[in-house]
Design a protein around this ligand. Structure first.
Ligand code: GTP
Ligand code: MG
Length: 206
């Protein structure tokens, strides 16, 4: 898939402020600082489309980006939304900020009617984390379609990355019969871009 254009559209605190749900939508979520905004920039090929930061908690609202792509040089165009969401598990957030986050995100995930797929980003440098496992269980419970995206693979030895990914999948296997699809990425090295775009293209066709 070729991205013809990617534009920032709007930041919303509630689902009713989000753009009209008239095209497929793909959302990126995961712990604070896991690399959501960086991955959006990597897959759209625009360095500063989504704001990134070394300090966790940068993204605070539901951010919509309008994407136009085509499957081949002169092929038909598809239009879809990419959504950058604020992360969970940010220790410095107050109780009330956390409650607000939960209300905003849960409302969005459960009610956004054009939401085709949620990409849950997991930091490949770490062994399975409780909040990530709880979050994916919640999505499963709500019957939200999601895939896993392991991030920052350039920052750790390949053997450690492979072991952490396997450990996460093994944890899920303890309770689930079917494992979600997973992608292995590095925004820094532009790894996993083709696989993610191919997957989105296939979903857009359905
Ligand atoms: P919040 O919006 O705060 O929840 O964070 P986020 O998940 O959007 O993370 P963001 O993309 O802002 O990245 C956090 C930090 O990790 C930044 O300093 C990025 O440069 C860095 N980072 C993100 N992805 C990668 C990667 O694949 N490799 C490396 N080496 N650094 C990365
Ligand atoms: Mg962000």
């Amino acid at each position: 898939m070729k991205i013809n254009s990617a534009k920032y559209l709007i930041s919303s605190a509630q689902i009713k402020q989000c753009p009209k749900p008239d095209r497929p939508e793909y959302a990126f979520i995961g712990r604070s600082n896991v690399g959501k905004s960086s991955l959006i920039n990597m897959i759209t090929g625009q360095k500063a489309l989504a704001k990134t930061s070394a300090t966790p908690g940068k993204t605070q609202l539901i951010n919509h980006f309008e994407i136009e792509s085509s499957s081949a040089e002169k092929g038909p165009k598809s239009r879809w939304f990419l959504v950058d969401l604020p992360g969970y598990g940010y220790a410095k957030r107050s109780q009330s900020e956390r409650a607000r986050w939960e209300e905003m995100i849960n409302g969005y995930l459960r009610k956004r009617e054009n939401l085709v797929q949620v990409f849950v980003l997991i930091d490949s440098r770490h062994t399975p984390q409780k909040n990530d496992l709880e979050f994916v269980s919640q999505l499963d419970h709500w019957k939200v379609n999601f895939s896993l995206v392991f991030t920052k693979t350039d920052k750790e030895k390949p053997a450690v990355v492979a072991r952490n990914i396997q450990a996460f999948l093994d944890k899920l296997k303890e309770t689930w019969q079917f494992l979600p699809r997973h992608f292995v990425t590095s925004a820094e090295k532009k790894l996993g871009r083709d696989e993610l775009l191919q997957f989105i293209e296939n979903c857009n066709k359905e």
